[in-house]
Design a protein around this ligand. Sequence first.
Ligand code: PEP
Ligand code: MN
Length: 343
Amino acid sequence: MLIVMKPDATQSDIDRVVQVIERLGFRGHPMPGESRTAIGVTGNRGSVDPTHFENLPGVAEAIRVTKPYKLISSDLRPGRSVIKVGNATIGGGELAMIAGPCAVETPGQVFKVAEVVAASGAKFFRGGAFKPRTSPYAFQGKGEEGLKILAEVRDQFGLNIVTEAMDEHGIDLVEKYGDCIQIGARNMQNFSLLKYAGKTRKPILLKRGLSATLDEFLLAAEYIMAEGNYDVILCERGIRTFADHARNTLDISIVPAIRRLSHLPVIIDPSHASGHNYMVEPLARAGVAVGADGLIIEVHPCPEEALCDGAQALTPLQYTQLYRQLQTLHNSIHMEEAIHAPA
Ligand code: PEP
Ligand code: MN
């Protein structure tokens, strides 16, 4: 059930609808949009009788939802969501750049990259303190010590920190030190973790699972939102296919597919999608061209010495050049769109 409020509905009209939803034993999720607020209803197993709402003040219509997802849907919020991450935003026209090393290794390594990322004009810094490694013997990340280094990056460079959590304790720690909690590809269907993330107040960067379909990806976001955290950013990071010339296959078609169904911002990770330094630039350009709201890119001061994902890391110089190129491309696409937009 989706309850669409009239454009002139007041806050008390909205509160009243939520109260009625709660009295029925369900949960109401008000989503303010550009022209009106819609209220999603979750927790109901069968259909809800629309007559409960039809005659309440401020209600335009009560619509039955037949799709498997409710809160991620453009039906609920026809415009695009703009998500606040620290002191900046993702979605809504600007191209967001999240850049930094795969893993936090040492303060020196992290600060070298942070200086370059801040100087480029990017507003977000990445770096893993908890690393999901295929081998249990590989470097697993520096844990809380790594998060403290990232918090210093925010203080010194004013960059907003995006970093992965792999379990509930990790979520608590990232909530304390970071600005955005990344849920990695391998955890996209860790439903108890998704629910826990839904109870936090920090935005969530949700990466697509290695073999997740569009519906599975959107329903994973729905898990987070159903718990009351509506600040979800989706990330396409490549999927497993038969192709073996790249680490994964970047599925750029998911960007328009998501934008058709959902109001959530979607970003591209050309680093994990390719696994190769030389592919990052062309795939990043493809991400901008296809309409992504941003990119997340790995950068290392000395890629050959990286403890994790060195082969796909850009050097600081490559990153700086790419950043300029992508902003120029993004601006020219938007100028074209503005010229061709109906008056
Ligand atoms: C990462 O961003 O470092 C990472 C491990 O990503 P993914 O979950 O997409 O593999
Ligand atoms: Mn990595």
